[in-house]
Design a protein around this ligand. Structure first.
Ligand code: RRO
Length: 330
């Protein structure tokens, strides 16, 4: 019997647990269409959007293949939120070809609380938008905006932002989640959980995406003795192989504390079926793929899907739920 790889995020059904990480293959209609209609994906999420279109930071602002000698696949970016603005993504969601009726997630990243509120107002007042937009991922963890620290690291500001956002009653019609930054300390996981838990209990927050890139890394071009990206003196968000253990730890921590109230989406270092398997074993209900898709293109989804299916068959798992969260401790 073939393993069943379908899953759910909140009440939303996904035929596959795999889709893109926000930022990768999701800035315009063509890219979103390619990911949504890829045979191996279960959903698509847009590039994080602002109220108005943005050009983003100066180039070069993305670099991968960081360490060819170590065969590590990794990336650094300081894109600076280039996107086409909320109204564009609302139009795409309403008109995109979606014969398999896969869920469409909108990623939102206003540069202030007020901007987030305005974007969400545009979403809820766009005619029938809850028919085309199934989920909203609130990106509270962008590391690359000069002068704007990551909200997910500022717990009082996070508390205040969530309070204001969930005063928008019409958000109840959407499956809403938060994209968190990576945390590295027990005390920070505890503080983040305390802020999020009331909204998980009241079903306002239905998923957590763990996690965004590791902010403000520095990659050096040894030959040229220079930085590899231009913005912020070469500092940027790190993705790919380097982030996998950190992402797994964040998936696991939030699965342990909040996993009975919401779904966890794993994001970080997934380039193979085995990586996806590990994220699900740690507690993820679905898995986003970033650097690997940027490096190899969307055909990589099928490879990861087939490897995951193969692993499940070999291990005798018939569904994702048969091993989700069942990590053993020594
Ligand atoms: O656009 C970006 O620079 C960016 C964003 Br919004 C984000 O959330 N994470 C990231 O690594 N880059």
């Amino acid at each position: 019997m073939r393993a069943d790889l379908s899953t759910c995020i909140g009440n939303i059904y996904l035929p596959s647990p795999l889709y893109n990480a926000s930022g990768v293959w999701c800035t315009d209609y063509t890219q979103l269409d390619i990911v949504l209609n890829n045979i191996a994906t279960g959903a698509v999420v847009t590039k994080s959007c602002t109220l108005k279109p943005r050009e983003g930071n100066p180039n070069p602002r993305y670099f991968d293949k960081i360490n060819k000698l170590d065969a590590l696949s990794a990336s650094i970016n300081s894109m600076g939120l280039p996107n086409k603005g909320i109204d564009y993504y609302l139009e795409v969601a309403a008109h995109i070809e979606n014969p398999k009726h896969k869920p469409f997630f909108l990623s939102v990243c206003g540069l202030s609380v007020e901007e987030n509120l305005q974007i969400l107002q545009n979403v809820v007042s766009y005619e029938h938008s809850n028919r085309y937009i199934n989920g909203i991922e609130l990106n509270l963890s962008c590391p690359n905006i000069i002068g704007k620290p990551q909200l997910g690291y500022d717990f009082p500001a996070l508390t205040e932002t969530l309070r204001k956002i969930f005063e928008i009653n019409a958000l109840d019609k959407y499956t809403v989640g938060i994209k968190l930054p990576p945390y590295f300390e027990e005390v920070h996981w505890g503080q983040a959980t305390d802020v999020i838990e009331p909204y998980a209990k009241s079903s306002h927050i239905n998923f957590l995406t763990c996690c965004n890139s590791i902010g403000n890394g520095l990659v050096i071009d040894y030959e040229n003795e220079s930085t590899v990206i231009k913005p912020k003196y070469g500092h940027g968000g790190i993705g790919g192989d380097y982030i996998k253990p950190i992402a797994l730890a964040n998936v696991r921590q939030f699965y342990n504390t909040l996993g009975n109230k919401l779904d966890i989406i794993g994001c970080g270092g997934v380039k193979s079926g085995r990586d996806a398997f590990e994220h699900i074993l740690a507690g993820a209900s679905a898995v986003q793929v970033g650097t690997s898709i940027q490096l190899h293109g969307p055909d990589q989804f099928k490879l990861i899907f087939m490897e995951l299916e193969d692993i499940m068959t070999k291990k005798g798992y018939v569904s994702l739920n048969s091993f989700k969260g069942k990590l053993k401790y020594l």
